[in-house]
Design a protein around this ligand. Structure first.
Ligand code: XMP
Length: 521
């Protein structure tokens, strides 16, 4: 088993995921609990290697995250990534300082001759052509005398090293992100060759483990305990519900709340499918009027998210107040929601509060069951398929908890929701017709709080602008705009302008994430 010690990087979970892709179990532990966990795993004789993650801090700061252990006595191989590399150097007596040239994005690193024979981490064909993804503001100023340099960047910054006697390695770049050309191979070398870990982890084990965890969590509260699941209509809550059903059977009651912010016909269609195709015990609750009344006059995105999150919980509480044994709430929170919402271990930086995490009021009476909290979307889809959920339900594009509430920019009114809904339905219908839906990560229409002048027939119009957003991504952490054919875009634009009253202009969003995000709010 590979233990990933989290120092607050946005990519920590990606490291664990890359290890899982090799069918090897990996666990993440916050740096504060690392020493204890290492001892425990060593006692159980199941620890085969450790990765120190990256992180937003500087090792030379007084209160930066550190761990209290003797690296050279740890007894298993260690790989430090970015901040992890700097920390290893620091722990072994070297010095780290702010970089003269900050290196963000693609970098070509210059590796030592015969690197593959010097360092098993780089025993990879054509490794000399190594293009990597960098994101660091500090660099090694003085290398510990116990370490040897393996590569440098064009600015002559040390970009990897190994220990002269022990299996301790460091890379300044991020092998876990897609953009590092040999990243996957480097992690494979570490896990398989250096740590010699065995392949015995797969999605059926993952299901077994998740089911077991839920069962234990619920049983602890007594045998009559009921579990409520908040179905959103999307893949995540659906997979979380089916997993929970496996664990607790008919103790699970699902609620599908219409918050008035769903897409066209979504409430009726999805409710029917949950019952018919998944055999879930589900109750539909139409609370759209309540949500819309609370959103009246509000335009700030974070305030809208909080209102939607709080209203959602209020509706839940009122629906379950007569169920005294209902103690748990299942949510389909994924890893990217967690990392972008909150500072999990007090070390990473908040980007956006996603409503199913950051907006939950602390007074909430339910305990949370979040079985997908460590996973990425594509892993969740695989898990769902393994449990027999129909493909078309699993292939649905991600849809944010606050729904059209954050796609109708500015104030959300019934009229503007209706306009956004109609335009969105046209776009999605056309994507499906042209077989483009399944090849894109997410596609939707955003209604802008901007009016523009147009001409229809002989008359002047002054109506809203709609933006079309369509992106490709593998995990939602980064995304590129989809290069949809011009003819297709022209057709969609023309249909929207002709068929949706209230829109007289359509624009296509060509921004990548980062620096933009997928949603506009
Ligand atoms: P961003 O906009 O942060 O989105 O690039 C990344 C992914 O998360 C979804 N998203 C949300 N999901 N509540 C959710 O449940 C939210 O408030 C929220 N905001 C964004 C987004 O649709 C994309 O798939």
């Amino acid at each position: 088993m590979i233990l990933v010690i989290d120092f607050g990087s946005q990519f920590t979970q990606l490291v664990a995921r890359r290890v899982r892709e090799l069918s090897i179990y990996s666990e993440i532990v916050p740096f504060k609990n690392a020493t204890e966990r290492i001892e425990e795993l060593k006692r159980q004789n199941i620890l085969s290697g450790i990765v120190f993650s990256g992180g937003p801090h500087s090792v030379y700061e007084n209160n930066s995250p550190k761990i209290d252990l003797d690296l050279e006595k740890i007894g298993v191989p260690v790989l430090g990534v970015c901040y992890g590399l700097q920390l290893i150097n620091y722990m072994l007596g070297g010095k780290v300082a702010p970089s003269k040239n900050r290196e963000y994005g693609f970098e070509k690193i210059i590796v030592e001759k015969n690197i593959s024979s010097l360092n098993p981490l780089f025993k990879i064909k054509d490794i000399e052509e190594n293009i990597v993804w960098m994101s660091h503001g500090d660099e090694i100023q003085e290398l510990s005398s116990k370490l040897t340099v393996d590569s440098v960047t064009r600015n002559n910054v040390i970009s990897s090293f190994h220990h002269k006697e022990l299996p301790i390695f460091g890379v300044q770049f991020h092998p876990e992100v897609e953009h590092s050309k040999y990243g996957r191979e480097i992690i494979k070398q570490f896990v398989e060759e250096i740590c010699q870990d065995k392949k015995e982890w797969d999605s059926s084990l993952q299901i077994e483990r998740a089911v077991e965890l839920i069962k234990n969590q619920v049983e602890k509260e007594g045998k009559d305990t009921q579990v409520i699941c908040a179905l959103s209509g999307g893949v995540d809550s659906c997979v979380a519900a089916v997993l929970t059903q496996k664990a607790v059977g008919d103790k699970l009651l699902c609620l599908f709340i219409n918050n008035g912010l769903l897409r066209k016909n979504e409430y009726e269609d999805v409710l029917a499918r949950f019952k018919k195709d998944l055999n879930l015990n589900v109750k539909g609750v139409d609370a759209s009027e309540l949500f819309l009344s609370r959103l009246k006059g509000v335009s700030d995105p974070e305030t809208k998210r909080k209102i939607i999150g709080n209203t959602f919980i209020d509706v839940f509480e009122s629906e379950t107040k007569d169920l005294p044994n209902a103690k748990f709430l299942v949510q389909g929170t994924l890893y990217p929601d967690v990392i972008e919402s909150i500072s999990i271990h007090g070390t990473s930086v908040t980007i956006k509060t996603h409503h199913n995490v950051g907006g939950l009021p602390e007074k909430m009476k339910f305990k949370l069951i979040e079985p997908l909290r460590e996973l990425f979307k594509d892993e969740v889809r695989r898990l769902g398929a393994e449990m027999g959920i129909p493909q078309d339900m699993l292939a649905r594009h991600p849809f944010p908890g606050p729904g059209l509430g954050i796609r109708v920019l500015g104030e959300v009114t019934k009229e503007r929701l209706q306009i956004a809904r109609e335009a969105d339905a046209i776009f999605i219908e056309e994507l499906k017709k042209q077989n483009l839906y399944n090849t894109t990560w997410q596609a939707f229409v955003v209604l802008l709080p901007v009016s523009s002048v147009g001409v229809m027939g002989d008359g002047r119009t002054y109506e809203s602008v709609a933006a079309i957003r369509c992106v490709s991504a593998t995990d939602g952490m980064t995304a590129d705009w989809s290069k949809l054919p011009y003819e297709f875009l022209a057709h969609v634009s023309s249909r929207i302008i002709n068929e949706v009253k209230g829109i007289n202009r359509v624009v296509y969003d060509i921004s990548t994430k980062p620096p933009a995000t997928i949603e506009w709010e």
